[in-house]
Write a protein that binds this ligand. Structure first.
Ligand code: FES
Length: 163
């Protein structure tokens, strides 16, 4: 009887020790697993849309394509990538603008505005676009892409869609 009582106490200690070890182990392991999985769970997916603020509309002169560049940071799991994007704001009136991408529709080089010629010119294969982004000459298959925009309280925003 006494012997069986000692074994029970020993078993009890084993059980208490096992439970305590499990609780402590879970307390250490679960946050660590959460830390490791967190970036993957929060990974930035594709297809997100963001409004980019371009500032007061009045800073863009009427009739003159004005460049604007911005950098996007994307976090995909543990990977952080930066992308620089550019566009041209062509203000047509006090309330109307056209916002053109600076990415050539041929193979994706960046076009530049040449004020002296009144044209966008792509340096890669001499693609030429007019002030509204229409193709004048060269290999580009279509006009420059337009950004969707909105004007709120005199400030210009463009809709940026992540690939
Ligand atoms: S990439 Fe612009 S003309 Fe080829």
């Amino acid at each position: 009887m006494g012997k069986s009582h000692e074994v029970s106490r020993r078993d009890f200690v084993k059980i208490v020790t096992g439970v305590a070890g499990t609780v402590i182990g879970a307390g250490i392991t679960l946050p660590a697993v959460g830390y490791v999985l967190d970036p993957a769970i929060k990974s930035g997916g594709s297809g997100k849309e963001n409004w980019i603020a371009l500032g007061p509309l009045e800073k863009y002169p009427i009739g003159e394509p004005t460049p604007f560049n911005f950098t996007r940071t994307e976090i995909n799991g543990w990977e952080k990538t930066f992308s620089t994007n550019g566009l041209f704001v062509l203000r047509k009136s006090d309330t109307e603008v056209e916002v053109l991408s600076n990415v050539c529709t041929h193979l994706g080089c960046r076009v530049a505005w040449h004020e002296d010629k009144g044209e966008f010119i792509c340096p890669c294969h001499d693609g030429v676009f007019d002030k509204d982004g229409n193709v004048i000459s060269g290999p580009p298959p279509r006009p420059l892409d337009n950004y969707e925009y909105k004007i709120e309280d005199g400030n210009l925003f463009v809709l940026f869609k992540e690939g």
